[in-house]
Design a protein around this ligand. Structure first.
Ligand code: SF4
Ligand code: SF4
Ligand code: SF4
Length: 332
């Protein structure tokens, strides 16, 4: 087992030997997502995932899948913002720039003398963001799985083995992003207003099994691009070597800052965060919470060694107390 927290290369930690490959990941640039949901559809189609829910309209803008889940491994969020919220996002981003986020002119790709005049703030905008499993450097789901159903691939990604998972759900509690979920049986058939199922529907596969994005492991081993990235018409989802993607992401933030879009910031690119950084890196245009992402995710095993030490000290203290009590009692 590799280290439990802090910066590390999970691919090397997994000890694949000669089969080890460069860590793969995603850079999802939400600033160019158009919300077409082609990624969601491509993922469903490639992985034969059943429909989620009963085709209800949620009333949450154009988002009717609502969240990642056992049958939705890519989810495109739609967030509606008015002028005040856009201004607030720009201000919170400016504060991050002051704290040392990628700076204007800090990379070769950024203009040397940029025009930092803020662009006109529109009355309204949609934030669209295609969310996915983060393929964490320190993956809580994998660390807590009692059966070894979750494993680290030679590409540094995290995959569930359906035939090993016993459906205990421990990984669900172990994921700080709420990504992995056990598949329920209520996702196949629409219902009438009286709650009756309509028509014949195919049975739901892999019921009770923990399910999430595999980063298209079956395609990676054949040198193919993941279905979602292959399909994205705007290149909002970029796939490649993790380190290259992080570099590209930093350059993109610098370029947006140079255009006055100070709200641009990265999520998952910091190897010193609570999960050691993520394999899926995102460029966001507002605080993570706005997109339903935890602002400070922390893997549940990060404090394991400290807990072991404290438990050991407590046990030693109890043994010492028992020994003293025994000895003093024996003298009476
Ligand atoms: S986001 Fe959750 S499910 Fe995905 S690798 Fe990290 S801990 Fe596991
Ligand atoms: S990498 Fe594959 S499994 Fe993961 S979201 Fe994209 S299409 Fe779905
Ligand atoms: S396919 Fe690309 S542009 Fe379309 S919703 Fe997904 S990430 Fe956005």
């Amino acid at each position: 087992m590799g280290q439990l927290s802090g910066p590390t290369d999970p691919t090397a930690d997994a000890a694949w030997g000669d089969d080890e490959r460069a860590r793969k990941g995603f850079f999802t640039d939400t600033s160019i997502c158009i919300g077409c949901k082609a990624c969601e559809v491509a993922c469903k189609e490639w992985n034969h995932n059943p429909r989620d829910g009963d085709l209800e309209l949620t009333g949450m803008s154009y988002d009717n899948t609502v969240a990642l889940g056992a049958s939705t491994w890519r989810h495109v969020a739609f967030i509606e913002q008015d002028r005040d919220r856009i201004t607030a996002a720009r201000e919170s981003g400016r504060a991050l720039v002051d704290l040392g986020m990628p700076q204007v002119g800090s990379t070769d790709d950024a203009p040397t003398q940029p025009d930092t005049t803020p662009p006109d703030t529109p009355e309204f905008r949609w934030l669209m963001s295609s969310d996915v499993c983060k393929h964490c450097t320190h993956a809580g789901c994998l660390d807590v799985c009692p059966t070894g159903a979750l494993f680290r691939t030679e590409f540094g990604t995290v995959v569930v083995q359906d035939d090993v998972c016993n459906g205990c759900g421990t990984c669900v509690a172990g994921c700080p992003f709420g990504v992995v979920e056990r598949r329920a049986d209520g996702t196949a058939a629409p219902t009438t207003r009286q709650g009756h199922r309509k028509g014949e529907q195919p049975p739901v596969p892999k019921r009770g099994v923990a399910q999430k994005c595999t980063l298209c492991y079956d395609r990676l081993v054949n040198d193919q691009t993941p279905a979602c990235a292959q399909t994205c018409p705007t290149t909002s989802i970029k796939f490649g070597d993790h380190d290259d993607l992080v570099e590209k992401a930093r350059a993109r933030v610098s370029a947006l800052h140079a255009e006055g879009m100070t709200e641009a910031r990265l999520y998952g690119a910091n190897p010193n965060d609570g999960v050691g950084g993520t394999g899926s890196v995102f460029l966001l245009l507002d605080d993570p919470e706005v997109y339903g992402l935890p602002p400070d995710p922390r893997v549940c095993t990060a404090d394991l060694m400290t807990m072991y030490k404290r438990a050991g000290m407590a046990a030693a203290g109890m043994l010492a107390a028992a020994a003293i009590s025994f000895l003093t009692g024996a003298r009476r």
